[in-house]
Ligand binder design. Sequence first.
Ligand code: ADP
Length: 350
Amino acid sequence: MEEQIRKLLSGVVHPETGADIVAGGIVERIAASEAAITVTLRFPKGRDPFAVKIKNTVERLLADHFPAAKTLVVVREGGTAPRPDLKEQTTTGDITRIIAVASGKGGVGKSTVAANLAVALRDLGFRVGLLDADIYGPSQPKMFGVEGYVPDAVEVDGTDRIVPAVAQEIRLMSIGFFIRPTDALLWRGAMATNALKQMIHQTQWGALDFLVCDLPPGTGDIHLSIIGELKIDAAVIVSTPQQMAVADVVRGIEMFRNEQVKIPLAGVIENMAWFTPEELPDNRYYLFGRGGARRVAEEYGVEFLGEIPIIRSIMEGGDEGHPAAAIDPRVGERYRAIADRIVGKVMKNG
Ligand code: ADP
């Protein structure tokens, strides 16, 4: 879509220079989704007499060709803005603690745990943000019922900020706001890394006690680049009982312990530990075996943070935009105990 817009705009010519605005470098930035298009035009000369005319032309073209999208054309003047050094200029400065939620593989409930953990931390009275960095299957927008959210960009002190969604008092930024589900697999490598960097450093997080970061499943380059951008205080690994002892989980543990990474492991959470039918709330069926998480935790010297059973409200809550910890006391209690343990750990570390 951005290419399409670029092509469209290359039909607009600056009357004075005779060059089209794309080739002439006036189109500084295009950001587009089906719902919103932002184009930044930069005129090297201050008070360029053609700036307004060109802006109007661009607005009209975008409105004609993309009638369904909200469009914003920003005009800037003067030489190219120096690219902000992301390491220095970051909106993460007022975040006290960052907790990463990881898993050896997909489908074990990592995102569900991240969402419920965020809610539990909120319930403990903390200001909480949630960064959904799972490029393979961003599910936080759905889990918090903000799927259609299109982040606005605002300019603060000369830098662009992205406005997070706020759901259940949690500030949420998700890679899912920027891609369509069918795009996910194409978004590997450099493109995803750059988008994540921007999300991390330009989101208007404000002051937060905790930022929960929902990492992509597995271990790989993308993890290393996220880890490199954030000062993660603690990592949590989520697994199901039958995955617990498997190499994936061990690789996860090793990734955080790697010399170059060295992120403290808060511990492991066993998800889908047993099944309790609604009508027999006291019965526990250990469908996938029992005790695996404790064994792995012991073997690798990481804490066992707690177990979450398979409960229908957890699945339904995730589908309906209300993490179960917020509505089902049985779930809320378990998550609060886990959150308490994590808080105890990260507050101790300085
Ligand atoms: P991941 O992030 O590891 O890929 P998800 O969090 O998306 O996994 O969970 C996968 C599916 O399992 C979702 O449909 C979710 O609602 C469901 N689920 C996760 N944990 C539980 C649980 N404890 N009880 C019932 N359903 C769960």
